[in-house]
Design a binder for this molecule. Structure first.
Ligand SMILES: Nc1ncnc2c1ncn2[C@@H]1O[C@H](COP(=O)(O)OP(=O)(O)OP(=O)(O)O)[C@@H](O)[C@H]1O
Length: 454
């Protein structure tokens, strides 16, 4: 790293420079605030060591000028023991850390180590963000369909409040994506958005996932853990498929919603939580309440604002825009400048029912772009059930003449079924589970069907 040392004492300059050199870093000296600002304007530095008391000058003022001029690298303050409180105050203003004088080289080493860890984490986050952005197509929060547009309008208004919200709608209609968007539009945006997928865990594990546990509180609890309620502190907790939340856990969630209080499993100490709850389900929750599977009081607590997301077949007016977004995204991802969809292919897509909703559309477009010749998606690139004239979207109806019991071979039925399940699934593991085969078998079948991406 290249580091600027700002200190009016030449012995501090010398010892710091020497320590940095032995640690493999480069350094440049500045003896006053104005000299420091000039050097920062001339060169790129990875970090700055800055004395809190620069002769008559106040180091904090120099720090503020640096920020005003757009030098945003991390700053570590040198401070006398008598000024430690001021240094702590400085860290609240964004100073990365402080080192108390007189110091030994090991303290410089520790401060730099902390800095390097933080840089690595920041880089990882940036990389993950860009990988995520690459993975999913441009998300649209505008609709030509009035029902969908109303959902977006209400979501935007409600995002500003702290109200709990319930997002209802069939699988793949965008409930998770919209929940994240609500979080990003809220005052909690700078804090975490944490997802708990309710059906994937047993009652004990789900309770522990939510609230955390103490070592030994149940078989397999080998160390103390903090739950997702704690991880979401100050932010938003998204409970996906809330309709599958076990009855016993519902009571604890209700307490969290009503009193903002909870206990870790095996602990008597009550803790408070500052989290906003968003929940989603594709079940009819009122029906679940009637059948005694879901607590009525919890339903009303969650249902402060509810959003009903329509299936894709009810908002066909958006289809062409969505297809165009997805096509441009996958074309770019595959190194093509652009790609188009033939009119009759688009007509077939408009006629189809899309039982897997936006997720299915996304997967179908991605597959078309892998399989199409050149830059044009034609009718023959579409899965057979879409080509066949819309289909009913029922599990075994493949459109005109292709349903179970009609004149098709078992092999044709199997091939179509596999393609459909792949289109609707989030992952290959999920598809293999739905099909009741193992991943290796699914891989062989995909290979045979020519469905392996590059
Ligand atoms: N607003 C949007 N614009 C474009 N594409 C979207 C949008 N929302 C969702 N999608 C697409 O649909 C896919 C599924 O979205 P999401 O996971 O939010 O659905 P869901 O309703 O939560 O599904 P499930 O009920 O199965 O969890 C996303 O990966 C994305 O490809």
């Amino acid at each position: 790293m290249k580091i600027l040392i700002v200190d009016d004492e030449s012995n501090i300059q010398k010892t710091t420079a020497l320590s940095l050199k032995t640690m493999g870093h480069q350094s440049v000296s500045a003896f006053s605030g104005s000299q420091a600002l000039r050097k920062l304007g001339e060169d790129r530095f990875d970090a700055v060591f800055l004395d809190l008391r620069l002769g008559e000058e106040d180091g904090l003022e120099v720090y503020e000028k640096m920020r005003e001029e757009g030098h945003d690298m991390p700053v570590i303050m040198f401070t006398a023991y008598s000024s430690i409180e001021t240094a702590i105050e400085a860290t609240r203003k964004g100073v990365f850390d402080y080192v108390a004088k007189p110091f030994v080289p090991e303290q410089i080493r520790q401060a730099l180590k902390k800095l390097e860890t933080s840089r690595t984490l920041t880089n990882k986050v940036t990389e993950l963000e860009s990988r995520l952005a690459e993975k999913s197509p441009g998300i649209r929060f505008e609709s030509l369909d009035s029902q969908m547009q109303q959902v977006y309008d209400v979501a935007e208004k409600a995002a500003q409040s702290d109200a709990n919200m319930l997002l209802l709608g069939p699988s793949g209609t965008g409930k998770t994506v919209l929940s994240r968007r609500i979080h990003e539009m809220s005052a909690r945006a700078g804090n975490p958005f944490v997802v708990v997928h309710c059906p994937s865990l047993s009652k004990e594990l789900l309770e522990s996932e939510l609230f955390g546990h103490l070592k030994g509180s149940f078989t397999g609890a080998v160390k103390d853990t903090w739950g997702k309620v704690d991880a979401a502190e100050g932010g938003t907790l998204f409970l996906d498929e809330i309709g599958d939340l076990p009855f016993e856990v519902q009571a604890k969630l209700l307490r969290l919603l009503q009193e903002r209080l909870y206990e870790r499993i095996g602990e008597t100490k009550t803790r408070s939580a500052d989290v906003r709850i968003l929940a989603a389900t594709n079940k009819d929750l009122q029906e679940e309440v009637r059948e005694g599977n879901f607590r009525e009081d919890l339903y009303y607590r969650l249902n402060v604002i509810s959003l009903q997301l329509p299936g894709l077949c009810e908002r066909k007016r958006d289809l062409e825009n969505l297809v165009s977004d997805y096509v441009s995204f996958y074309a770019r991802k595959m190194g093509r400048e652009t790609a188009t969809v033939e009119a009759n292919a688009m007509e077939a897509m408009l006629a189809y029912n899309w039982p897997g909703n936006l997720r299915e559309l996304n997967n179908v477009v991605e597959r078309c772009l892998i399989l199409c010749n050149g830059n044009t998606v034609t009718l023959s690139d579409l899965p057979i059930e879409i080509r066949a004239g819309g289909g009913e979207g029922t599990p075994f109806g493949f459109g005109s003449g292709l349903g179970v019991g009609s004149d098709v071979t078992l092999q044709e039925l199997e091939d179509e079924h596999i393609k459909r399940i792949l289109d609707r699934s989030d992952s290959l593991e999920q598809a293999a589970r739905t099909l009741g085969i193992d991943s290796a078998t699914l891989y062989r079948k995909r290979k045979k069907l020519g469905l392996l991406a590059s």
